[in-house]
Design a protein around this ligand. Structure first.
Ligand SMILES: [Zn+2]
Length: 79
């Protein structure tokens, strides 16, 4: 079985992050989110976050995207 290298998989991709302070959505390199301990600064209010929480949020976003995709596929199959 091949090992999946997440860093390669997410290379050059951006993930939406929502600032917990001012709720501004902005893009962060996905590879940054895969490692905890990165400092991310909100471009709007300057709120500083460490990537640990963001990782959980981006995993939620991925799960949501997969669910939406599944819904769309179901819809296409029905029509
Ligand atoms: Zn902010």
């Amino acid at each position: 079985m091949n090992n999946i290298n997440f860093k390669d998989l997410f290379k050059g991709k951006n993930t939406d992050v929502t600032c917990p302070n001012c709720h501004t959505a902005f893009k962060v390199a996905a590879t940054k989110l895969l490692e905890s301990g990165h400092l991310i600064e909100c471009p709007s209010c300057g709120f500083k976050m460490v990537t640990d929480e963001s990782v959980n949020k981006s995993v939620d976003n991925v799960n949501k995207s997969i669910k939406n995709l599944q819904k769309n596929i179901d819809r296409l199959n029905k029509s």
